[in-house]
Ligand binder design. Structure first.
Ligand code: GDP
Ligand code: MG
Length: 220
């Protein structure tokens, strides 16, 4: 006879398929800042020191619990197109959150943050949330971008900021969890303002519009 523990276990397994929300998250930034490594570290808890080939990966899925909700994350990694700045607009569609990454040992990648931010603002949903991440913080000796400059740029762009290391597993989980929390906060704010477009409470005005009498200003 199956024990209560077995039953609970089976129930838990079945519920792995269920989730309350699904968020599409994108990791963007210059080539070789560590985007693919960051995703592998988070999704698989692994780091491959050799240059990670990005070919063939579209996204990874990870389900987490935040504030009693089961949230399924679909995390997309660019397949190297960032090298040529040819990320298609379709890639941005439906994204609720972005990790915009630079490398603290690479000035050029930091200088590109503004451009990436403009791309996000141009192609994504207005309410999409962005976290700025300075990766490779394990390479202190080769640092060229100070934490202060990173923080100032993040403030200027209105993003939250983390320094992280995919290699040493510093602030990787924290980055994703904070991003998810910020998305959830934004969602509940939108619901609180009771915007009919968000809540679906559109019967009143719309119905009466449809049933309005024919226009009375006909001259014939
Ligand atoms: P992507 O082009 O942005 O996807 O970058 P990759 O993930 O392919 O990483 C580029 C290179 O940086 C590889 O050689 C990685 O091993 C290395 N790398 C990535 N993250 C880190 C990190 O946090 N610290 C260090 N020291 N190296 C990293
Ligand atoms: Mg890559």
């Amino acid at each position: 006879m199956a024990s209560a523990t077995d039953a609970r276990h089976a129930q838990k397994e079945a519920s792995e398929q269920n989730f309350d929300y699904m968020f599409k998250i994108l990791i963007i930034g210059n080539s070789s800042v560590g985007k693919t490594s960051f995703l592998f570290r988070y999704a698989d808890d692994a780091f491959t020191p050799a240059f990670v080939s990005t070919v063939g990966i579209d996204f990874k899925v990870k389900t987490i619990f935040r504030q009693d909700k089961r949230i399924k994350l679909q995390i997309w990694d660019t397949a190297g197109q960032e090298r040529y700045r040819t990320i298609t607009t379709a890639y941005y569609r439906g994204a609720m959150g972005f990790i915009l990454m630079y490398d603290i040992t690479n000035e050029e990648s930091f200088n590109a943050v503004q451009d990436w931010s403009t791309q996000i603002k141009t192609y994504s949903w207005d309410n999409a949330q962005v976290l700025l991440v300075g990766n490779k913080c394990d390479m202190e000796d080769e640092r060229v971008v100070s934490s202060e400059r990173g923080r100032q740029l993040a403030d200027h762009l209105g993003f939250e900021f983390f320094e992280a290391s995919a290699k040493d597993n510093i602030n990787v989980k924290q980055t994703f969890e904070r991003l998810v929390d910020v998305i959830c906060e934004k969602m509940s704010e939108s619901l609180d303002t009771a915007d009919p477009a968000v809540t679906g409470a559109k019967q009143g005005p719309q119905l009466s519009d449809q049933q309005a009498p024919p226009r009375q200003d006909c001259a014939c």
